[in-house]
Design a binder for this molecule. Structure first.
Ligand code: PMP
Length: 390
């Protein structure tokens, strides 16, 4: 019974239990933090705060050890089958993680005439770094071609057949997104791997999947996984790149040349412990069910259109793939106004263009994004308010 599983988990988020009149529906932007994470940070800052990677006194050693242990914890959390041959590089989040790969790894692995395939309709953070790498290389006289990851208009997923067609001997790198931050579509990464073959380095933007569903690097067969700490119950300003080292030369994790965000890194391990104990598979079932409840409710309200969902509402199987994210518009009320009305009822939602890279659906919409602390009652209350705006 997922309800009995969820109730005590929700009780561990003080900001949720402490604000019963408010409903937080913006977890794709950032997640709330459970008490265990707050405690770990407080303990670190009040008992052993020191800069990691420098100094030899006990607090400094303890900070360094915590950082190194967190690297191991991330590998374990991601199901890394060869932790001795992989690297974890700490970043401030997904944006910096993707940028680090594009700046420090990618250019060294591309030659004149190579092609890379990247998504044009996902988060901006998973497009601009690759275009900047292309420009950087062009200034060095290396011309690479950036190809657009094809989408299936019928499902919102990538199109593996079209991808296989545009993949060739010059394809040197593929970037994909695991869960779309506006549509909640869980992209079929296995089919992307099958389409491009086993030898091409593949990078996965996992900002909306780590902590929301099981993310297993062996199962997914990807080379880079990038995620943000603040979206996985940890502190803002923390995040990581996990890099398998098998395909292509090594990705070298950042050294100790600058001060790491020790407190942020310290918050990651208890967050991953918490998520592991709760069970990413159950979190997925919970949030997918809440998203389906919201989609179903919206489907019966004529005044609303669900983005990217014209197709998926026809088939329950596709609705089942919406990972805790539902984005919609009211046909008459502008999204900003709708957000304002919703907050007057205590609902906190995202309202804007959602940092989406493509121009197609850039105009404003309302995004509801869910996590383990949300409940079916919250969805029903939201639907009642939305229905009243008919
Ligand atoms: N990729 C995706 C899919 C995202 O949802 C986000 C955050 N909205 C990012 C990248 C950027 O993450 P951050 O702001 O933590 O760097």
């Amino acid at each position: 019974d997922l309800r009995a599983w969820q109730r005590p988990l929700r009780a561990q988020f003080p900001i949720i239990t402490g604000n019963p009149e408010l409903t937080y529906l913006d977890s794709a932007a950032t997640t709330q933090k459970p008490q265990a994470v707050l405690d770990a940070v407080q303990t670190h800052l009040t008992t052993a705060n020191a800069n990691a990677g420098r100094g030899t006194y006990p607090w400094a050693n303890a900070a360094t050890t915590l950082v190194e242990r967190t690297r191991d914890r991330i590998k374990e959390f991601l199901g890394d089958p060869g932790p001795a041959h992989s690297a974890v590089h700490f970043t401030s989040g997904t944006t910096e993680g993707l940028r680090v790969i594009a700046r420090d790894w990618l250019p060294a692995h591309l030659s004149d005439g190579d092609e890379i395939v990247v998504p044009f309709a996902d988060h901006q953070a998973n497009l601009s770094p690759w275009l900047e790498a292309q420009q950087l290389l062009a200034r060095q006289g290396v011309r690479i071609r950036v190809r657009e990851m094809p989408y299936q208009t019928s499902s919102g997923d990538y199109d593996p057949a079209a991808l296989a067609e545009l993949t060739g001997p010059r394809t040197a790198f593929v970037a994909a997104t695991h869960v779309h931050h506006v549509y909640g579509q869980n992209m079929n990464v296995h089919r992307i791997r099958q389409a491009v073959g086993s030898h091409i380095p593949m990078c996965l933007d996992a900002a909306q999947s780590v902590g929301h569903l099981p993310v297993d690097v062996a199962d997914l067969d990807v080379d880079f996984v990038v995620f943000s700490g603040h979206k996985t119950l940890a502190l803002p300003g923390s995040g990581a790149v996990w890099a398998r080292q098998a395909r292509g030369p090594r990705f070298t994790p950042g050294g100790w040349s600058g001060s790491p965000n020790t407190t942020g890194i310290v918050s990651l391990a208890p967050a991953l412990d918490w998520l592991d104990a709760a069970g990413p598979d159950r979190i997925e079932r919970w949030t997918v069910a809440l998203a389906a409840r919201l989609s179903e409710g919206l489907r019966h309200l004529d005044a609303y259109d669900i983005l990217g969902c014209q197709y998926s509402l026809a088939a329950d199987t596709v609705v089942q793939q919406r990972c805790g994210i539902v984005t919609f518009r009211h046909r008459a009320i502008p999204a900003g106004d709708l957000g304002f009305i919703l907050f007057s009822h205590g609902f906190m939602v995202r309202t804007d263009g959602h940092c989406q890279a493509d121009a197609g659906e850039k105009s404003s919409s309302v995004r509801v994004s869910l996590h383990v602390y949300n409940t079916p009652e919250e969805i029903d209350r939201l639907l009642a308010v939305l229905a009243s705006l008919g």
